[in-house]
Design a protein around this ligand. Sequence first.
Ligand SMILES: [Zn+2]
Length: 366
Amino acid sequence: MPGEVRGKIKALPKVLLHDHLDGGVRPKTVLELAQETGYDGLPVNDVQGLADWFRDSADSGSLVRYLETFAQTVGVMQTSDAIFRVASECAQDLAADGVVYAEVRYAPEQHLEQGLTLEQVIEAVNAGFRDGEARAAEAGHPIRVRALLTAMRHAAKSRDIAELAVRYRDQEVAGFDIAGAEAGYPPTRHLDAFEYLRRENAHFTIHAGEAFGLPSIWEAIQWCGAERLGHGVRIVDDIDLDAAGDAPTLGRLASFVRDRRIPLEMCPTSNIQTGAAESVAAHPITMLKDLRFRVTLNTDNRLMSDTSMSWEMQQLVDEAGWDLDDLRWVTINAMKSAFLPFEQRLDIIDTIIKPGYEAAARGALS
Ligand SMILES: [Zn+2]
């Protein structure tokens, strides 16, 4: 279970732009799908033991052990039924946590081991999201969920995946992403895909500046044309905190990112696990917020990081001095940055987010 969250935060409307479908499977579902599909690779066979194993492996500081956790979730997501269930539960879990709009990403190419086509994977996820949305609405927690199709940095499928993102853009796929190890696999390897997407007026984000530094961010923005940055936390390397006077000095890249309002999909808990930050209190998200970068708050991998949007918010309140206005600001930032048509973004801000925070403000954050 994610850390305990006080009631008010859970009730706040939230927007999530960076969440991996295979990083957010319920432990119980991993276990049941393994039994149903005959998958025999699980390290332990009880729900709590499995939940602990995921978190401990992700916490271990070992990249090999961290990646192994995804091999397990992806391992049980190789049939249409399994993928449908995971997607439906994802939408329901996010809605129960107060998320009103989410973009959830996954790499279709990782779900082909038992013969599914890329199209079948995408259609199973879309159907699962629709089912989850309907169940969430019935439970009193309406949510809209869109998909981002991810291509793996080390692989050579990015153009195919980009074409699918365009083909399915009117069927709940909001955009495209690339993910995987940054070092050695610069985003410029996939220029063909990004140029195609730009010609098609399609949206995309790029995982950049997580563990790897400024060159990765620079390439993602200036060569590839990324609209948003997955993590982007290393942009702090271009900010001089020791400058004379009170205000930190921004280098040209950091200035560009702030001037152009390029959204940063920040994931504090995940960064602490991978060593990109030391603690929530010390995470650059608070400094970047204070400097008014277009900061958004995200979960990345809810299972491996044992987190939720509410828990990410709670930790910022408890450890980094955030208040209700900060949470409202970061939520509106995220909605402004979504790959959803403009009028739909405005509608969610005006009819859901602002009234939700006004109601919370009347009671003040505990
Ligand atoms: Zn990510």
